[in-house]
Ligand binder design. Structure first.
Ligand SMILES: [Zn+2]
Ligand SMILES: [Zn+2]
Length: 189
């Protein structure tokens, strides 16, 4: 006797493997003036590793490949950047970058803000750089916030010098996260 149970022919609908809700998307806007600073971005579970990049061998100076893929963001759980304080042992001064010492050779660690919104700098709009520390070809985070909204408020830190991970860190205290409906998620309740 042949088994007649052909799968999919019994009128049973295929089990829904595709989630019906679209991905949660977020637009970040300046908390002071409300101007949108990004398009809709998808949250990643964690900040990715920075891509390996031999900046010292690059033919042209410029930013490394971005840490966060375009269209995405992630929340930084580690403290980021200034203020740096003298510590007993070397530690991270910012994620995805090495250690740092002061001019006396004492190791420094970051007591900077946590919870930064890390994104691809190319996804941001309406910000201009106000240099707070010197860099050879881009911006460094060593002076703190260095990105100004059109309204004059410092809202983010750009890290774009050639020897640093290429990242934009929105300050959670200076931006607002707005839910954004993703295309195709039109549903009537
Ligand atoms: Zn603004
Ligand atoms: Zn450089």
């Amino acid at each position: 006797m042949e088994d007649q149970r052909h799968r999919g022919e019994a009128g049973v609908p295929d089990s829904p493997m595709v989630e019906e809700t679209g991905p949660e998307m977020t637009v970040f806007a300046c908390a002071a003036c409300g101007a949108a600073l990004t398009g809709p971005l998808k949250r990643l579970p964690a900040v990715p590793e920075a891509p390996g990049y031999a900046w010292w061998e690059a033919e042209e100076m410029g930013p490394s490949p971005a840490t966060v893929p375009s269209g995405c963001y992630a929340i930084e759980t580690e403290p980021y950047g200034v203020p740096l304080v003298v510590a007993g042992a070397p530690g991270p001064v910012m994620p995805r970058h090495g250690t740092r010492c002061n001019i006396d050779g004492q190791p420094l660690v970051s007591q900077g803000p946590r919870g930064n919104i890390v994104m691809n700098p190319d996804d941001c709009r309406g910000l201009t750089t106000r240099h707070a520390s010197t860099a050879c070809c881009g911006a460094t985070p060593y002076g703190g916030l260095n990105q100004v909204c059109a309204c004059g408020t410092l809202v983010a830190t750009l890290c774009s010098d050639c020897c640093l991970p290429y990242e934009l860190h929105l300050s959670p205290d200076h931006v607002r996260a707005l839910p954004s409906r993703s295309p195709g998620s039109d549903r009537t309740a």
